[in-house]
Structures are given as structure tokens and as C-alpha cells.
Ligand binder design. Structure first.
Ligand code: CTP
Ligand code: ZN
Length: 152
């Protein structure tokens, strides 16, 4: 994208989550547990033009890198996403997300009787299956609105 089309400023240090499916930017923030109260800079572009996707969302988080489990959950709602690590204004690393076999400790199980929701809960673990994610403990499948099951 040429500079005169740039809608969201470049950042100095942090992470740019690019090529997010249009409409998913706020869910990306939910997965990262970001609501703006943390104090670091966050910029969001929604439905910006993209050569590859037509339209895309972009999320730029300053001064924060992502954990592997956050990237795993991101890949489920934004399978085309690119994670760019920015250091001193340069793209230091660029990685496409890949679909994980399982996700641990980020989603919560909707089954209230699940051991992961007990008084002394165990960490959640979901297997990624063709129609969603399946709780390893009780086999409940979350099929849609994954972002509503994020445990922050
Ligand atoms: N970016 C940023 N701040 C920087 C450097 C890059 O916000 N200091 C953003 C760019 O705006 C872009 C993303 O990080 O959204 C990736 O940057 P770059 O690799 O330079 O762009 P492209 O070549 O367009 O990326 P791709 O090939 O992944 O589409
Ligand atoms: Zn469960």
C-alpha cells in the first residue's frame, strides 16, 4: 500500500496483526485481552482495502508481543492473518498464522459442569476439529462466536 493510502500510522515497537478478516478486529482485541485500559497504544483499521483479501482489518499494538497461545486462538478467527513484529520501525519478523491442533488456557468451556469450571479449575484445553473446537475434558464443541468464549 503506498504512503498516501496509509490510514493507520506506522508504529515503532510492537505487533501488527495484518490481513484480519473484515469485521474481526474487535474480536482480535478480545483474544488479546486488550480493552484500552492497559495504557499502550492500539490502532485499528477496519475494512481497509487489501490487494489479497479485498477488504481487511488491521490491529497494531505498541509495546506488546503475542504469546503462542494467543496466536493459536487468533488463527481460528483470522486464518489469513500475518503477525508482524516491529522493532525500531522495521518489520523484524513476519509470520502467517497456522491452524493449531489444540488451544490451551485461552478459551473457557461453556459447560458449567465441566471440570475446567470447577472450584479449583484445571486449565482449559480444546482440540481443533473440523466444525469448531472441542473441550478435551467434556467434549463440548464450540462451533461459532469463539471470541465470546475467551477467558480474560
Ligand atoms: N507496519 C507498521 N509499522 C511499521 C512497519 C510496518 O505499522 N513500523 C505495518 C504496515 O503498515 C503493514 C504491516 O505492518 O500493515 C506489514 O508491513 P510490511 O511488511 O512493510 O507491509 P507489506 O509488505 O504490505 O506486508 P505483506 O507482504 O504482509 O502484505
Ligand atoms: Zn468442558
Amino acid at each position: 500500500m503506498s504512503d498516501h493510502e496509509l490510514r493507520v500510522s506506522k508504529i515503532r515497537n510492537g505487533t501488527v496483526i495484518d490481513h484480519v478478516e473484515g469485521g474481526q478486529a474487535l474480536n482480535v482485541l478480545a483474544i488479546l485481552g486488550i480493552d484500552g485500559s492497559e495504557g499502550f497504544g492500539v490502532s485499528i483499521g477496519m475494512n481497509v482495502p487489501s490487494d489479497r483479501l479485498g477488504h481487511k482489518d488491521v490491529v497494531k499494538v505498541e509495546g506488546r508481543e503475542l504469546s503462542a497461545s494467543e496466536v493459536d486462538v487468533l488463527s481460528l478467527i483470522a486464518p489469513e492473518a500475518t503477525i508482524n513484529i516491529i522493532r525500531e520501525f522495521e518489520v523484524a519478523e513476519k509470520n502467517r498464522v497456522t491452524r493449531p491442533e489444540n488451544v490451551r488456557g485461552v478459551l473457557s468451556c461453556p459447560n458449567h459442569n465441566c471440570i475446567t469450571n470447577a472450584d479449583e479449575p484445571v486449565d482449559t484445553r480444546f482440540d481443533v476439529v473440523s466444525d469448531g473446537v472441542r473441550c478435551d475434558y467434556c467434549s463440548t464443541i464450540i462451533r461459532e462466536n469463539l471470541a465470546e468464549h475467551i477467558d480474560v
